[in-house]
Design a protein. Structure first.
Ligand code: FES
Length: 307
């Protein structure tokens, strides 16, 4: 412990630093304007504002027209870029002489005997009606021209992703366009089939299989022929790849894209891989001539879930 009677241990030549005076800075005293340069309004600048504003409107119209009449993307892309550039330049020049260039210093300390007052001589905005109207008008025309994009968004998807050409009585056809007779399909056979008149319609593709083992729940047995013939969507419910491989001994269908596996005995429920939904079962029947027909569309939408 230090002896209270001992002298101060500080070196004798060190003086206590006097406390700095506390300066009470008000918020508006934070900057001092050292120099201020206000660009002069000029007719040249005004002409540039009006010219580029009109240019933005013209390029916007050109964009809309070229889009509607179906010009190549390079054309309407160029017009759109020019419209954006012109409008941006016009806005930039519109405000060119509204805001002065200001050089300022941050006020750190204000001596008591020289109180500084910050200079604030930035004038309020003075609107020039003609420039404002031209600029707003061209921005409006340009904005309206963007409405030309609306038709290119395409039709509403809606039910198109849920329904397929399958309907009651529609015959199943092979890729070659031949009708399929139930009795022609032996055990272990798998055939890709399409709706008549819609061969190649991908979302309607089905795999018709003759199973060696009798299907079980939750298979809809009313859509199974002779306790062994079934048809399921060929489109993987994970990401839409065609389910390509029928492993008859394992009673499974295999998707090569991400290895999803489906149990064909049990309503093509997913048993492995990223798919979470079963492959939809096609209501399957035969007509009077013994040819395979659909009894209706899929109950569940084929392919990946769309939300
Ligand atoms: S698309 Fe079939 S598993 Fe991914």
């Amino acid at each position: 412990m230090a002896d209270p009677a001992s002298p101060d241990p500080s070196p004798p030549n060190q003086q206590a630093t006097p406390a700095a005076p506390v300066v009470d800075l008000e918020p508006e005293h934070e900057l001092i304007v050292l120099a201020r340069t206000t660009p002069e309004a000029s007719s040249a600048n005004d002409t540039l504002v009006i010219g580029t504003a009109i240019g933005a409107a013209v390029f916007g119209i050109a964009f809309a027209v070229s889009l509607v009449i179906g010009l190549p993307i390079g054309w309407y892309g160029m017009f759109l870029a020019l419209a954006f550039f012109s409008l941006g330049l016009s806005i930039r020049r519109y405000f060119f002489d509204r805001f002065p260039e200001i050089e300022a210093a941050e006020l750190r300390e204000v001596p008591d005997d020289q109180p500084e007052r910050p200079v604030s001589n930035v004038p309020a905005l003075a609107r020039r009606p003609l420039l404002t109207r031209v600029l707003l008008g061209s921005a409006g025309v340009f904005g309206a021209s963007l409405l030309a994009l609306v038709p290119s968004l395409g039709p509403r998807v809606g039910e198109q992703l849920r329904s397929t050409p399958w309907a009651s009585g529609v015959r199943l056809k092979t890729t070659e366009g031949e009708d399929i007779r139930a009795e022609d399909l032996a055990i272990g056979t798998v055939v890709t089939a399409w709706p008549a008149d819609n061969i190649g319609f991908e979302r309607a593709a089905v795999l018709v299989m003759r199973l060696s083992d009798e299907p079980a729940e939750p298979t809809n047995m009313e859509w199974v022929i002779e306790n062994s013939l079934v048809a399921y969507s060929k489109i993987c419910t994970h990401a839409g790849c065609p389910v390509a491989l029928f492993r008859e001994r394992e009673n499974s269908l295999f998707c090569p894209c991400h290895q999803s596996t489906f149990d064909v005995r049990r309503a093509c429920q997913p048993t492995f891989g990223p798919a979470t939904r079963p492959l939809p079962q096609l209501p399957l029947g035969t007509d009077d001539a013994g040819f395979l027909i659909a009894l209706g569309d899929f109950v569940e939408p084929p392919g990946p879930s769309t939300g």
